[in-house]
Design a protein around this ligand. Sequence first.
Ligand SMILES: [Zn+2]
Length: 110
Amino acid sequence: MAIINCPGCMKKVSDRAAVCEHCGFMLGAHDAESLARKARTERSIRVNKLVSQQMLAIVFFVAGIGATFYDWSGSQFAAWMPIAGPALAGASFIWYLITRARIYWLKRQK
Ligand SMILES: [Zn+2]
């Protein structure tokens, strides 16, 4: 009996076990088809996370644009908001583009 790392959760399990005791991964059935299915599931989880990041980037971008055009004069933020606003908008826009590209490449993988 050997101890292997479960492909599902990377915890140590016996190679005799049919199902991982930690995550329920079917160890006995890790043929090409089930591994491919698992890879697809993981990819769609990654895409979902990236889509959430993309939404967050859009929110930050809009906030940055808002801060840029808002009249901060007289407020305690007047000194740095005209710089912080465009900086936030610019950084968010770059973040958005990177996330967009990562989603594109993930979806292209078969
Ligand atoms: Zn497991």
